[in-house]
Design a binder for this molecule. Structure first.
Ligand code: ADP
Length: 339
């Protein structure tokens, strides 16, 4: 671990990584990166790299765990063994259990849980690379993955932390600020400004705490814009398909096919994109208003996806999720039979 810096903020008011005190680290997201999950999101935030996957709503086994009037949300935050400098012991720890609990509670007020009684929604947040603020990074990715899975929610949840260094409040702590700072206050907020998570480590005055909340809210608003933009990029492709009038005679199968193709997984290799472009040319003749630009968008998004270092890890993790899922399902069925 590096030593404590002498100063966290220089004479120009800039932090060790060159940010202003109220500036978040650069963030980028990729949606729908796992083909077997119902919804997924890969997020890079500063040096943090997090993958979120959502499965469900699906029937919950064993049945005795089912809630009669609502869906059960399960949230698993996990740090990969290789996510920090020293290897982390695999499996749940006190820290990961606590983070999983508070993160699940951050989503409960926004998910319309009454719509799926007896079902379960599983959220997995895997930290691939950790550099302070991983619980908030995981919440931001999970929020987008839930939306990607089509889970009905009142709105998105966004999260970030405020801390205190050199006697000054700073937004979105980096690693040295987190390690050696005087306070760390992670927070999550819904789109209508409701706070669904606040934790505090360290000391701040009452006045500083109020300021920290306002600072966090502003950070969350900025993050929500990035989350919305990520979702918009995926779903505008669907909007581009012109919906015909009810009485108009339509070739429904062509319309469905074209809609599905335009919403296909964003992470594709260029070859696939080229093959699709030939298919699209045929369909444009059949579907009035077919989107000529959609292929270009797919290509440019595939290139974006290639920029993300950890996309190669996605397939491995996808398999490990599925394995865990299948094991769980088998165990559950056994339990059901015994019961
Ligand atoms: P958060 O990641 O939400 O800020 P913490 O404040 O508990 O949560 O952790 C701060 C940072 O410390 C993490 O992002 C990670 O980089 C590092 N860290 C956490 N747990 C461990 C651990 N068991 N081993 C090594 N580093 C860790």
């Amino acid at each position: 671990m590096s030593d404590k810096p002498e100063k966290f903020i220089d004479e120009n008011g800039l932090r060790l990584d060159g940010r202003r005190v109220d500036e978040i680290r650069p963030m980028k997201m990729e949606i729908g990166v796992l083909s077997r999950a119902d919804g997924s999101c890969y997020l890079e935030w500063g040096k943090n790299k997090v993958l979120a996957a959502v499965y469900g709503p699906r029937e919950l086994h064993p049945r005795r765990m089912q809630k009669a009037d609502s869906v059960l949300i399960r949230y698993r935050y996990n740090m990969a063994a290789f996510s920090v400098e020293d290897r982390i012991r695999p499996g749940p720890s006190r820290r990961s259990t606590e983070i999983s609990k508070v993160s699940r509670e951050a989503f409960e007020p926004v998910v319309l849980t009454h719509l799926y009684p007896g079902a379960v929604i599983d959220v997995f947040a895997e930290v691939l690379q950790a550099d302070a603020g991983t619980r908030t990074a995981a919440i931001n990715a999970a929020s987008v993955a839930l939306a990607d899975a089509g889970i009905p929610m009142k709105g998105l949840v966004s999260a970030c932390a405020v801390g205190k260094v050199d006697g000054q409040l700073v937004l979105d702590l980096n690693k040295p600020e987190d390690n050696y700072g005087d306070a760390d206050i992670p927070m999550a907020m819904t789109s209508d400004g409701e706070i669904t998570l606040v934790q505090m480590d360290g000391d701040v005055t009452q006045e500083e705490f109020k300021q920290a909340i306002e600072m966090c809210k502003e950070g969350c608003r900025q993050i929500m814009e990035i989350q919305k933009e990520t979702l918009r990029n995926k779903f505008t492709k669907l909007d581009d398909v012109e919906v015909p009038d009810e009485d108009e005679d339509v070739d429904v199968s062509a319309l469905v096919e074209s809609t599905l193709e335009s919403s296909e997984d964003d992470v594709e290799d260029e070859e696939e994109a080229e093959v699709e472009s030939e298919d699209d040319t045929d369909q444009e003749e059949e579907v009035e208003g077919g989107d000529e630009d959609s292929v270009d968008e797919d290509e440019s998004e595939s290139e974006d996806a290639e920029d993300l270092d950890s996309v190669e890890l996605v397939e491995d993790l996808e398999e490990s999720f599925t394995d865990v899922d299948e094991e769980d399902a088998t165990d559950d069925e056994d339990e059901d039979e015994k019961a």
